[in-house]
Design a protein around this ligand. Structure first.
Ligand SMILES: Cc1cc2nc3c(=O)[nH]c(=O)nc-3n(C[C@H](O)[C@H](O)[C@H](O)COP(=O)(O)O)c2cc1C
Length: 187
């Protein structure tokens, strides 16, 4: 493992990415490595929906923007402009759906955690290949119409994250990181 990668890993804001396509070969690498996560009981309590090409624009214009307009009837044109291009900031968006179910011994909490692990793994795999990546939820991760369009079938299905992947224009600046002394204690 290149531990240097994890000590320097940094997300790139979706609005700063370039959205030209990424090769299918790289996307396959990201997806196939990304789903290799800890998962108690190998239940696979998550699904990934790959949104790329024309689908980015279609979902922006046919689902996200109309839903935003319904919830924000007074929205100004500059806000509508942002909402009309949410997904199109990226080359590809991976929607990770957490889909837990009743199990005799494995709690829902652990199934949720495994979905988070998928998000982090997909993000890291993309970043390791040199792509810009960001894990976002934003308002539309909690919108019923969006959830239904993406195939969330059960009431308990939730978006764990939208993993935005695109191209870097520049290396991102470092952001505030936790002070190890505040969050780690040796017992
Ligand atoms: C579950 C989850 C949801 C997030 N949703 C948002 C969001 O909606 N908007 C946002 O600006 N950042 C959001 N973030 C934070 C971004 O991923 C942020 O870019 C990240 O904290 C950068 O950290 P990194 O450089 O360590 O990857 C979210 C993070 C997580 C874990």
């Amino acid at each position: 493992m290149d531990s240097n990668f994890y000590s320097k890993r940094r997300s790139v804001l979706a609005k700063k990415m370039l959205n030209n396509p990424i090769p299918d070969e790289d996307l396959f690498k990201i997806l196939s490595a990304g789903i290799r996560v800890p998962d108690h009981g190998a239940l696979n309590p998550w699904k990934i929906k790959v949104i790329k090409g024309d689908k980015l624009k279609k979902i922006d214009e046919e689902i996200i923007l109309p839903e935003f307009k319904i919830k924000n009837p007074q929205a100004q044109p500059d806000m509508l402009e942002i909402e009309s291009k949410r997904l199109q900031r990226a080359s590809v968006v991976l929607a990770v759906i957490s889909s837990p179910f009743d199990h005799p011994s494995i709690p829902e909490w652990e199934m949720r955690l495994s979905a988070g692990a998928v998000c982090m793994n997909l993000l890291s795999c993309a970043q390791l290949l040199g792509y810009a990546g960001q894990w976002l939820t934003e308002w539309y991760a909690y919108n019923k119409k969006v959830l239904s369009y993406l195939g969330c079938e059960k009431e308990t299905d939730q978006i764990a994250g939208f993993i935005y992947i695109g191209h870097k224009t520049e290396e991102p600046n470092e952001r505030r990181r936790p002070d190890p002394a505040n969050v780690i204690e040796y017992l």
